[in-house]
Write a protein that binds this ligand. Structure first.
Ligand code: NAD
Ligand code: MG
Length: 389
């Protein structure tokens, strides 16, 4: 069998390193041909020495000489910068691009890869939040596979296999509720980044960990689900399931429900996307019912965790609203991590940015890239001027 050649964008991150664990487990099936990172030169070098890709890319110029020096004498092309990132995903040998970049920075490489006919394994949910309609149009036009890596979407994807002709009534995206589940607004006012960075069930990158604590992650996932599975807003429900074993549920028009379950380990959905359509044997820990005698479910508290409501509203309002929401959220999370705004100040900042940015109804890709940049400027200004704390 021909090996699948994979480009891993964001290989030094949480998803990226776990993806390399998966590749390590299936050396006869998966081949790494491209690795990219933002700034962690040392880890990128170590990964390249182990996996010997055809090309590596480091985004920031500071690390470039170091990577070049370490790998230059080998048969590995060393690249740097944003433009080269668009180009490297188009290399002819690549079959599948795993996009594990964080934030809207993942959008342009996704577009470049799809246009070149590459299949996509998508962890970078922000791509679909910012430009879901345009991306899914491109996926159809270029006839590529869009394989979800996000655990909830992988669950829905798996539940839908063999059901392609069946009408979906609705889906339930499950949410752990994060570290502040059950807390009230007064409590949230004073929470620190150390508290917010402690997720009960998953170890992930900083941005998605804060998004999980604020429920913005679930909001982004509602938007991601809308585009991946071509659903209306009304067909997407969120249900809090603190055990994080049921990864999501599809309800068909006859009322029958299919759920996908497993231990909370991102290697499972990553493997699923990388080896699709095969299911390969692995040694991951198996689920034991006796460790989980009870599954519980709750309604998400959108009054306290306003970000989830803001995301639903942005999706309903359409046009460029989810792009603005996402950009403002990226600035809000960074500001919270720098102690510039409070935890609940993040929602205020996102709402204020949405109010300030005039809506565009049918944005092009260029419009969305501009709106993304503009919204970041507006959000940063709001932190400095109006002093949202
Ligand atoms: P992370 O911060 O751990 O890693 C991000 C990776 O992207 C790093 O390799 C970094 O070098 C690279 N990167 C950062 N900024 C970049 C830029 N501007 N341009 C190019 N590369 C850049 O993040 P993560 O937790 O691995 O998450 C990655 C994506 O996967 C996010 O969209 C996240 O929402 C999604 N996701 C993550 C998890 C998880 O368990 N970590 C689960 C589901 C979905
Ligand atoms: Mg998820």
């Amino acid at each position: 069998m021909k090996k699948k050649n994979i480009a891993i964008l964001g290989s030094t991150g949480s998803i990226g390193t776990q993806a390399l664990d998966v590749v390590r487990a299936f050396p006869e099936m998966l081949e790494v041909t491209v690795l990219t990172a933002s700034s962690n030169a040392d880890l990128l070098i170590a990964q390249a020495l182990e996996f010997r890709p055809a090309a590596v890319l480091i985004l920031h110029a500071e690390g470039y000489q170091k990577v070049k020096h370490a790998l230059g004498h080998l048969d590995i092309v060393v690249l740097c910068g944003e433009d080269a990132l668009q180009e490297v995903v188009q290399r002819p040998e690549i079959d599948l691009v795993l996009n594990a970049i964080v934030g809207s920075a993942g959008l342009r490489p996704t577009v470049a890869a799809i246009k070149q006919g590459k299949d996509i394994a998508l962890a970078n949910k922000e791509t679909l939040v910012v430009a879901g309609q345009l991306i899914m149009d491109l996926v159809k036009q270029h006839n590529v596979a869009m394989l979800p890596v996000d655990s909830e979407h992988s669950a829905i994807f798996q539940c839908l296999l063999g059901e392609e002709q069946q009408a979906i009534e609705k889906i339930y995206l499950t949410a752990s509720g994060g570290p502040f589940r059950g807390k009230d607004r007064a409590f949230l006012t004073g929470v620190t980044k150390q508290q917010a960075l402690k997720h009960p069930n998953w170890v992930m990158g900083a941005k998605i960990t804060i998004d999980s604590a604020s429920l913005m992650n679930k909001g982004l996932e509602v938007i991601e689900a809308k585009w991946l599975f071509d659903l209306s807003v009304e067909q997407i429900d969120v249900i809090v399931h603190p055990q994080s074993i049921i990864h999501s549920i599809v309800q068909f028009r006859d009322g029958s429900m299919k759920a996908q379950m497993g231990l909370p380990d991102m290697k499972l959905p990553i493997q699923n996307a990388l080896t699709y359509p095969q299911r390969e044997a692995n040694e991951f820990e198996r689920f034991n019912f006796l460790n989980y005698p009870t599954f519980t479910f709750e309604q998400p508290d959108v009054q306290t965790f306003r970000n989830l409501q803001l995301a639903y509203d942005a999706l309903r309002d359409g046009g460029d609203r989810a792009c603005v929401l996402n950009a403002a959220n990226e600035i809000a999370v960074a500001a919270f991590l720098e102690d510039k705004i409070s935890f609940i100040g993040m929602s205020d900042l996102i709402e204020a940015t949405l109010c300030q940015q005039k809506k565009i109804d049918e944005p092009s890709l260029e419009d969305l890239l501009a709106v993304d940049q503009q919204s970041r400027i507006v959000a940063r200004d709001l932190i400095d001027k109006i002093q949202i704390k």
